[in-house]
Design a protein around this ligand. Structure first.
Ligand code: AMP
Length: 370
């Protein structure tokens, strides 16, 4: 991850990948142009690294020159293109290949075509290292495309963000979710995760996802997912990973604009923890902390039996099922303490005390993360 001015960027295309892509473009163009001696024209500033590497890989004689156009201001490609250095040689009858670092809206290309309208070149080919199909709104043909990329801002390898980043030998992409806070609230059944999550979600403006609650909602509404989960839950066993992971992914997807999540009751296995990391990664984000409420087993059993008198939850009513859930926690779930400890993300908090006291202990951990 790198920071340029106020923004964070993540690695996107490595120098090795760039090398391969540019090698491929050079061979493709050479194969098409055969005996021609082309004039490669780089569009400054962005293309300087590309042109330098490209012509080193081009297997036949060629000429190289540059024109200088300016289009980017900050993060947006502006429609207003300025020509700062134009053509300085006669290109009549020549084969010209434009080398662009990136084509997004296509405004630069519009200006390029305007420049070449009266030049009487033999042929004009357009080659670009990166192309953003979703942003492109012109009809000009692109003859050679190195890599199609999503419509996200990139820097490095000649491309800049307000002046910085051109010197980087690889390409980085803007992180779309810059500062999400994602917490895993951890602890055995009855530790008070649900109660605390209710307070924390308001205090920190986070979305609370309790997999247990989602399963219960599905059971109540007799959905296919609910039917599948019910038999496991009734016995106090874990619902199979894939089912749980798919459901969790869907819940996260429903909350595209979230500032962060409190995961309550998830992950419960290593598989789930890995799936959660992958999901966070796909959102350009990460789990910031696992906060575990530590409560003695006998206190848990008592709390759950008490809760069972009013919650209506079958898995809270029977001491054997309660003990089975606690055992499931220690055999399958407690291993996750190591998973997050290894990443220095594990924080244990004493879960015995008044609700307010525990909220304060949790808040202290969260505030120190920020
Ligand atoms: P909870 O409300 O978190 O105590 O969860 C109640 C029950 O839902 C558990 O005993 C499991 O059967 C099921 N469940 C909830 N979350 C998960 C999960 N992450 N993985 C597997 N099963 C789960």
């Amino acid at each position: 991850m790198i920071k340029l001015h106020d923004l964070i960027f993540k690695p996107f295309v490595s120098s090795q990948q760039l090398d391969e892509i540019i090698g491929r473009m050079a061979s493709e163009i050479a194969a098409d142009l055969k005996d021609e001696v082309p004039v490669f024209i780089g569009i400054l500033n962005g293309s300087f690294m590309l042109v330098s590497d490209f012509v080193k890989k081009y297997p036949h004689p060629c000429e190289v020159t540059f024109i200088k156009l300016a289009s980017y201001e900050g993060l947006k490609s502006t429609e207003d293109i300025q020509r700062l250095i134009g053509l300085t040689q006669d290109l009549t009858g020549r084969t010209v290949v434009i080398l662009e670092d990136i084509i997004d809206t296509g405004s630069t290309l519009h200006e390029v075509h305007r420049i070449f309208k009266n030049e009487n070149v033999k042929q004009l080919k357009i080659a670009t290292l990166f192309f953003k199909p979703e942003a492109y709104n012109k009809d000009f043909k692109l003859h050679y495309v190195g890599l199609e990329i999503p419509d996200k801002f990139i820097v490095g390898y000649g491309l800049d963000y307000n002046g910085l980043g051109r010197d980087l030998p690889e390409v980085y992409q803007l992180k779309t979710t810059q500062y999400m806070t994602n917490l895993v609230l951890f602890g055995p059944p009855g530790a008070g995760k649900g109660t605390q999550a209710e307070f924390l979600k308001d205090k920190y403006n986070l979305v609370h996802i309790s997999t247990g609650d989602v399963f219960r909602f599905n059971i109540k509404n007799e959905t296919a997912l609910g039917m599948l989960a019910k038999s496991y839950m009734d016995r106090g066993e874990l619902v199979p990973d894939q089912l749980t992971i798919d459901m969790l992914n869907a819940e996260v997807e429903k909350n595209q604009d979230a500032k962060g999540f409190i995961f309550d009751g998830f992950p419960r296995t290593n598989e789930q923890a890995k799936a959660l990391d992958a999901l966070m990664e796909s959102k350009d984000s990460q789990i910031n902390a696992m906060i575990a409420l530590e409560v003695d087993d006998e206190v848990l059993v008592k709390r759950l039996l008490d809760r069972g008198k009013t919650s209506g939850r079958a898995d809270d009513a029977d001491e054997n099922i309660i003990r089975n859930r606690i055992t499931e926690y220690y055999t399958k779930t407690a291993v996750l303490k190591d998973f997050y400890s290894e990443q220095n993300k594990y924080f244990g908090v004493d879960g015995v005390g008044s609700i307010e006291e525990i909220t304060q202990r949790l808040s202290k951990v969260i505030n120190e993360l920020k």
